[in-house]
Design a protein around this ligand. Structure first.
Ligand code: ADP
Length: 495
């Protein structure tokens, strides 16, 4: 795929028709008033989003249920389902730039990252789970000679997926691909500010041969459309990535409705820990900047807390400032941009409030932290580095989901570990050290789903992402994710 600015500009100028819902294989209008879609690139309205009312959601869930019951998908030979998901992956690749540009106009991620992280990642995820279809077996249990015990792995039925706006295709694929691969029906609820690329994905899924009713998309406000989906008695399993506040609500909805199983990925406040003996401090400083500032910090595994050994604190922070200043903030549709737009004005306001609170609590905002490029009409923020952040500060404990880095010094390995674990979250971490034993001790001691050593980010689909503590439960990615989308059934047969 050659990425050239002219093609991007042409795609970015393409008008986007009003969007609709996909229910039972048909594109239909939602019963609520459509929502305007504002582009974070320049604040302009680029289209409208259909908004599904509870009745529309009920129809989507009923259609998904009917599609599951008549086995139009789960009943197909595995090789056939595999072929269809491979075809979908090929279609994603064939439309990669179109999908990436559409997504960027909607959510503001810089295009250089979006192309790889969105269609690129999603196509790979569909291929990975397509291959699992004819490679994951049931089991035969060790029993006495007069018994044969078979353990079947069966689809759960209807899976509802509620996904966020930071990486809609990547995170969407983490849920949709394994759910479909295991033979389930899916009802997807994208985020209000990042639905467009997922709606296009749904079109491609139909084109690839996913039968009507098997994959449905309902868009609209979280408190109307999302809530109706999470309350639906037709949904067997609910998978979610988003905020802790919404995650709590989903558990309540489950309790109030049919006790559907809920798997939640709820973000993090991930520590990136730099020891003085790191093999390459310059590389660590650059990585520390990209770990928090790419996609304007809107990354669930972002390294948002930098813990630095006190002896190198000042020199490291200086290198970090330099690395940050070298990152171009601006129009996410420009290939040279390294930090794109903040997704929405509400998110930008929230980011700025964190900085005001940090100042009030006694931390130092040593760079950035203001809205910039207002003349564009878009939502841009100068990346912020905040030093002297203490564990009691809001900025230490709460996820900003923006380009704001909290820096805290430590003296010893034991203190680093204590500081690393001193939040309610446990999603990701980074450790920079040349000492192998120390690296392994830190990996063991840090409570997180993924610990990077002498790098940050990049863990691919072959490994699980499973939050610890209040970062959630259940794994996305890898074969472990299949556990969420399958039920075990024992056949105990007397011979
Ligand atoms: P953020 O605050 O970062 O937007 P949210 O958790 O609110 O994160 O959003 C993630 C997803 O959850 C979005 O698709 C959103 O529409 C949906 N959502 C928000 N509130 C609810 C709710 N009460 N019930 C179901 N889904 C919701």
């Amino acid at each position: 795929m050659t990425l050239d600015q002219t093609t991007i500009d042409r795609l970015a100028a393409t008008p986007i028709p009003p969007q609709r819902l996909l229910i039972g294989g048909h594109w239909v209008d939602g019963s609520e008033a459509p929502l305007p879609v504002l582009s974070p690139v320049d604040g302009a309205q680029i289209t409208t989003l259909s908004a599904a009312a509870p009745a529309d959601v009920a129809r989507a869930c009923a259609d998904a249920r009917a599609a599951f019951e008549d086995a139009r998908w789960a009943g197909k030979p595995p090789a056939e389902r595999k072929k269809i998901l491979h075809r979908l992956a090929d279609l994603i690749d064939a439309h990669a730039l179109e999908l990436a540009v559409l997504g960027v106009r909607d959510n503001g991620t810089e295009i250089s990252m979006a192309l790889k992280a969105e269609p690129g990642s999603a196509a790979g995820t569909f291929r990975y789970y397509a291959e699992a279809i004819d490679k994951v077996y049931g089991e035969v249990a060790p029993t006495a000679a007069n018994v044969l015990a078979l353990i079947h792995r069966e689809p759960v039925g209807v899976v509802a997926a509620i996904v966020p706006w930071n990486f809609p295709l990547m995170i969407g694929a983490w849920k949709i691909a394994p759910a479909l691969a295991m033979g389930n029906s899916v009802v997807l609820k994208p985020a209000e500010t990042a639905s467009l690329s997922l709606l296009r994905l749904a079109e491609l899924a139909l084109e690839a041969g996913v039968p009507p009713g098997v994959f449905n998309v309902v868009t609209g406000p979280g408190r109307i459309t999302g809530e109706a989906l999470a309350l639906s008695p037709d949904v067997d399993v609910l998978v979610f990535t988003g905020s802790g506040a919404t995650g709590r609500r989903l558990l309540e909805y489950s309790a109030r409705s049919n006790l559907k199983r809920c798997y939640l990925e709820l973000g993090g406040k991930s520590p990136n820990i730099v020891f003085a003996d790191a093999p390459d401090l310059a590389a660590a400083a650059k990585a520390a900047a990209t770990a928090i500032f790419r996609n304007a910090g809107q990354v669930c595994v972002a390294g948002s807390r930098l813990l630095v050994e006190a002896s190198i604190h000042d020199a490291f922070v200086a290198a970090l400032e330099k690395a940050t200043a070298a990152m171009a903030v601006g129009n996410p549709l420009h290939l040279s941009t390294q930090i794109g737009a903040v997704n929405s004005l509400a998110q930008l306001d929230g980011n700025l409030r964190f900085l005001a609170d940090a100042r009030a609590e006694g931390a130092d905002v040593i760079r950035g932290g203001t809205r910039i490029l207002t003349e564009t009409g878009g939502y841009y923020m100068d990346p912020a580095i905040v030093t002297r952040v203490a564990p009691s500060h809001r900025l230490y404990r709460e996820e900003v989901f923006g380009p704001v880095l909290a820096v805290t010094p430590f003296e010893t390995e034991a203190e680093a570990l204590r500081l690393a674990n001193a939040t309610d979250y446990g999603l990701a971490a980074g450790v920079w050290t040349a000492n192998l034993s120390r690296a392994h001790r830190m990996v063991r001691g840090i409570r997180a789903g993924v610990v990077h050593v002498n790098t940050y980010g990049g863990a691919d689909v072959t490994v699980p992402l499973a939050g610890a503590k209040q970062s959630g439960n259940g794994a996305d990615k890898s074969l472990h994710a299949l556990d969420k989308y399958t039920d075990l059934k024992t056949a105990w047969i007397r011979l």
